[in-house]
Write a protein that binds this ligand. Structure first.
Ligand code: ASP
Length: 592
């Protein structure tokens, strides 16, 4: 080792010890007669002084010329800081290291930004110079947290008898519903591997092979348009178990959530985690990953709307659509007319035609620009259904089920944040269960699997596969943390007939099924045990547990929204020879 200690280690009891430290020059103060350097490594900062009597003027002058962010080695003696000069904010703040000697191991060019600067540079610059950005204590903390969480997960599953099995990265396309990343084969002209969207089929086959409890920290790849909390390659804690039902899987993950929250954040989580069905989640919160840190539940007032003279409500209810609303407690004063107009524009982004709103006045009556269209009796009914109290703001959408769900979900989310209805330190975990098996693809009008095509229907809904696919519910469960989907899984179909029937419903004919998933169908014919599993989004877990909102803050080398790596400049052009070897010709115009 070049060093005797790290930069976060020295305390008062080390005073008088000869030490050697290595690190980066975070900060340098040249006081003419002496140079003070804050030396940084991943463990902390130590103040180093090059001054008399240990150092002579030439050594002091040389130290004054060391550029910021250079890597240096210093050898000297630990000393007390002068009275009044101690720094309580720093773990090493009681001491300094006085050095005659400073060796520059590598001088740094003028950096585009320094890890210690208080204003954060733009994200593009941070990603281009990720090696500088990763020196920042915030990034180091996030990656240490990530490493701790993954270790917790691995330990937990090892304690529960899981076997870690690696599955291929070069494989067949897997049907998670996204676009595949393809890798051309050199030795099989015209053929491609697909990078796994998840290890789904391999883990099912491991169950057929008798492994019983499989786990893997797996890289997954999906070529989708990216949102703030999505990445084209991401990490899942993926697992599968045999001879279990949905309760067993949720119970196992409950234990993981509680253990991780306790060991990583020192927080207690009450078990079992609350569960609600998909239907209930849509009814009460308009979304399948509701944020349960606060109330403001959706209330259906269609029954009153039917009776009113207010045309918008009445026509909506008559057409079989819905009038649903939320109550923002005590918010009437906080939202001016102009701000309510803004909320109206906001819900229009989700397909709503407008926002009807009422203020509950001091005397308990409802005031609204449209109140004159309502009988007093109907207003009172609305107020009572909404449990309105003076000072509340009641807001309603009159539309299809989907639009009321989408619009009110977004409005509730926005108001929850604006009205600070939850403590951002809080961690709320819950389950949403019994998702529909199928949803209609908007473009093609065809049924698609809501989770994936290997999901088993609820036993009680088996006959709906024939009679009522829309009403057929799945043995599916999603883990929700603070209003974000943090994992999802299902019990699988383990017999070949049901699997073929589901493929049929999804418009995958026998030939295509054999072509694409023949190996799975084959495995199902050779003694497949009942099995199920789940995958947890590791990046999202770390982001949520760190209290962050940008997934790139918890990934060492993330991609931008446009799926580029700004540091390595991937994706990049390749030589014509490489393309030829792969039997490919590019149709793209060369980017200048
Ligand atoms: N393979 C699924 C996914 O990636 C998870 C699962 O069903 O276990 O969403």
């Amino acid at each position: 080792m070049l060093r005797t200690h790290n930069c976060g280690e020295l305390r008062k009891e080390h005073v008088g010890t000869e030490v050697t430290l290595c690190g980066w020059v975070e900060n340098k103060r040249d006081h003419g007669g002496a140079v003070f350097i804050d030396l940084r490594d991943r463990y902390g900062l130590t103040q180093v002084v090059i001054g008399p009597p240990e150092a002579d003027q030439a050594q002091i002058d040389a130290a004054g010329h060391v550029p910021a962010e250079s890597v240096i080695l210093v050898r000297g003696k630990v000393a007390d800081r002068l009275e009044g000069k101690t720094n309580d904010k720093l773990a090493t703040g009681a001491i300094e290291v006085r050095c005659p000697e400073l060796k520059v191991l590598n001088a740094c060019q003028t950096p585009p930004f320094t890890p210690g600067q208080s204003d954060l540079p733009g994200e593009d610059l941070r990603l281009k110079y990720r090696f500088l950005d990763l020196r920042r204590p915030e990034m180091q903390r996030a990656l240490v947290l990530r490493s701790t969480i993954i270790k917790e997960m691995r330990d937990y599953f090892a304690e529960h008898d899981f076997i870690d099995v690696e599955t291929p990265i070069l494989g067949r396309s897997t049907p998670e519903g996204a676009r595949d990343y393809l890798v051309p084969s050199r030795v099989h002209p015209g053929n491609f591997y697909a990078l796994p969207q998840s290890p789904q089929l391999y883990k099912q086959i491991l169950m057929v092979a008798g492994f019983d409890r499989y786990v893997q920290v797996a890289k997954c790849f999906r070529d989708e348009d990216l949102r703030a909390d999505r990445q084209p390659e991401f990490t899942q804690l993926d697992l599968e178990m045999s001879f279990v039902d949905a309760d067993d899987i949720m119970g196992l993950i409950d234990g993981l959530v509680a253990q991780t929250a306790k060991n990583v954040l020192g927080k207690d989580v009450q078990l079992p985690l609350p569960r609600m069905t998909y239907d209930e989640a849509m009814r009460r919160f308009g979304h399948d990953a509701p944020d349960l840190r606060f109330g403001m539940e959706i209330v259906d007032v269609t029954s009153v709307a039917k009776k009113t003279e207010f045309r918008v409500f009445r026509a909506t209810a008559d057409a079989g659509n819905f009038v649903r609303g939320i109550r923002a407690e005590g918010a009437a004063e906080k939202y001016s007319r102009r701000q309510i107009d803004e909320l109206t524009e906001f819900v229009k982004d989700f397909g709503a035609k407008g926002l009807a709103w009422f203020r509950v006045e001091e005397d308990g009556s409802l005031w609204s620009p449209v109140a004159k269209n309502f009988d007093a009796e109907h207003l009172a009914e609305i107020k009572s259904l909404m449990a309105g109290e003076p000072g509340d703001l009641l807001m309603f959408l009159a539309d299809s089920w989907e639009v009321t769900c989408k619009g009110l979900y977004a409005l509730r989310k926005r108001l929850g944040a604006e009205l600070k209805l939850y403590d951002s330190e809080q961690l709320h975990c819950s389950w949403v269960t019994e998702f529909p098996m199928f949803e209609r693809d908007e473009e093609s009008g065809r049924w698609v699997a809501m989770h994936h095509p290997f999901t088993a229907p609820l036993e009680s809904d088996l006959d709906k596969l024939d009679s009522d696919p829309a009403g057929c519910r799945a043995q599916a469960y999603d883990l929700v943390i603070n209003g974000s989907e943090a994992g999802g899984g299902t019990i699988r179909i383990h017999d070949q007939q049901t699997q073929s029937k589901v493929f049929g419903l999804l418009g995958i004919d026998e030939k295509t099924a054999e072509d694409r998933f023949g190996f799975l169908l084959n495995a199902l014919r050779f003694g497949a045990p009942p099995h199920g599993g789940i995958a947890l989004g590791v990046d999202r877990w770390v982001m949520l547990l760190a209290g962050l909102e940008n997934i790139r803050e918890v990934i060492a080398f993330p991609k931008t929204q446009k799926a580029s790596d700004l540091m390595t400049e991937a994706p990049g052009a390749v030589d014509q020879d490489q393309l030829t070897e792969l039997h490919l010709r590019s149709l793209a115009k060369k980017a200048e």
